[in-house]
Write a protein that binds this ligand. Structure first.
Ligand SMILES: [Zn+2]
Ligand SMILES: [Zn+2]
Ligand SMILES: [Zn+2]
Ligand SMILES: [Zn+2]
Ligand SMILES: [Zn+2]
Ligand SMILES: [Zn+2]
Length: 473
């Protein structure tokens, strides 16, 4: 916080008496309740193929051939159904990967090698789908932008406890807090900035955001933990010599860099887990600006995009719609497709999506964000209705925890809905985060929802003296 400076909404406190009920409604629409309705759609598999059918890009009953080249000899023939490809020779239904295996190929490129009669490969169809959704997204955005008249207002509930009342508003981002929830006794004078908007080292918030020239006060944001730093604070610590803006990704320390490298090694590499062909895969959206003319990369980008859109369908199927109260956008879409914001509270760029699949069919989806070595969060986990109570979530979480441990992440946090709190604390080994412990997490903008209880699990054996020292994280 700064003593000088023009006071914008400084010292402003929202009186909760009448705004509280509307605030409650606002946040309760954010609450991720598990939907109870189930339609017939919920019992059919969700795969990239079913997604293409649902979006009318391929027709059910269309004939397909597996060919290594467009004009090559057909190695297998079949017909498209919502459940998979029905083979002409044996009448069995296969997922696209297994259809490729059944055709006797080990290329591991089923989408590129399965062709429709009209000459399109399934990969071409995925490209059509992606182009279609770009049109969809640009249309969807325009009416939303008009509603942005409320931009510049802060949350009506505290970011820590989710209740209203007298709140201290951040002058940079939409977050609001009770002074008590920040461990502060008084309302500070002048402008005030929340912990996620301040320099991680000196706690000050004034940054020189001019990208053209590099100064002592230039803003540096760690690519992994998303913490902010002044150029001078990084230099003064003597860790890095900086005399200009770093080119490419910047990391605040070696551990953040190692974690980033480590996760990128895991991307889009299915791991066999549990039994019955279950696979665990970590994915991350690749932004269109990262596109280049490399065909192999384009294929990777497309396959990732398609899987993530199927994952989003699963999220929508399992949770009530969640609208970010500030941007009024679909929160799940922004998380899975990594919408960026300069404000940490609204920046979803750090999220990865984990899929648990069997024979190309998506069973469980989770979203994870790793804030360097200190902590990772898993705010959304969704298992499709017909696969609940079969231990699928457990298989996904076990593998995720294993990977996080290997990366050296110390703890995992998640917002537990009351109905499943007991499961997290008994079967999964999580414990509820005490109010006093929440002070340790103020500089992290975890994604959580009103009515949920924050739980944590330690992933490393941290010696007691180290853990007491690290409470200022
Ligand atoms: Zn066959
Ligand atoms: Zn509070
Ligand atoms: Zn802030
Ligand atoms: Zn600083
Ligand atoms: Zn970092
Ligand atoms: Zn990275």
């Amino acid at each position: 916080m700064l003593k000088e400076g023009k006071s914008r909404s400084s010292r402003t406190v929202v009186d909760g008496t009448e705004s509280q009920s509307s605030a409650r409604q606002l946040r309760s629409s954010k609450r991720a309740r598990q939907a109870t309705v189930s339609s017939s759609l919920h019992h059919t598999p969700r795969t990239v193929l079913s997604w293409l059918i649902d979006n009318n890009v391929v027709l059910p009953r269309a004939k397909v051939q597996y060919r290594v080249k467009k004009d090559g000899r057909p190695m297998a023939e079949g017909q498209i159904t919502r459940a998979g490809i029905k083979c002409k020779c044996c009448q069995k239904v296969y997922g696209i990967s297994n259809f490729e295996v059944h055709a006797g190929s080990s290329y591991h490129r089923p989408s590129a090698n399965i062709f429709l009669e009209d000459g399109r490969s399934l990969l071409d169809c995925q490209l059509q789908m992606k182009e279609k959704s770009i049109v969809r997204n640009t249309r969807k955005r325009s009416p939303l932008l008009k509603k942005h008249s409320h931009l510049g207002t802060n949350d009506n509930v505290c970011s820590v406890c989710h209740y209203g009342g007298e709140l201290l508003l951040c002058d940079e981002c939409p977050s609001s807090f009770h002074t008590g929830c920040l461990g502060m006794k008084e309302v500070p004078d002048g402008e005030w900035f929340c912990p996620s908007c301040c320099c991680e080292m000196c706690g000050e918030s004034r940054f020189d955001k001019n990208k053209d020239h590099f100064t002592e006060s230039s803003l540096l944001i760690c690519c992994q933990c998303e913490h902010k730093y002044h150029a001078r604070c990084v230099r003064d610590k003597g860790l890095q010599k900086l005399d200009c803006y770093p080119v490419g990704k910047w990391f605040c320390n070696k551990r953040c860099e190692q974690i980033c490298l480590g996760i990128h090694q895991l991307l889009a590499k299915p791991v066999m887990v549990g039994i019955d062909n279950l696979t665990w895969t970590l994915l991350k959206y690749v932004k269109p600006d990262d596109f280049d003319s490399d065909a192999a990369k384009d294929e990777f980008v497309l396959e990732t995009y398609s899987k993530l859109d199927v994952a989003l369908d699963v999220m929508h199927e399992c949770f009530e719609p969640v609208e970010e109260p500030y941007t009024r956008r679909d929160l799940m879409e922004d998380v899975i497709f990594n919408r960026w914001s300069e404000l940490n509270r609204l920046n979803f760029q750090g999220f990865y999506t984990v899929l648990l699949e069997r024979n190309d069919e998506v069973i469980t989806v989770a979203t994870v964000r790793i804030y360097g070595e200190k902590v990772a969060e898993v705010p959304l986990v969704a298992t499709r209705f017909q696969y609940r109570r079969l231990g699928m979530c457990c298989i996904l979480m076990n593998e995720l925890e294993k990977k996080l441990m290997e990366l050296g992440v110390e703890r995992l946090v998640l917002p537990a809905a009351p109905a499943v709190l007991n499961t997290w604390t008994t079967s999964f080994g999580f414990t509820m985060v005490k109010e006093s412990q929440k002070l340790n997490f103020l500089n992290y903008t975890f994604l959580d929802f009103q009515g949920t209880v924050m739980c944590q699990k330690l992933l490393q054996n941290i010696p007691p003296e180290v853990s007491s020292e690290s409470t200022g994280m």
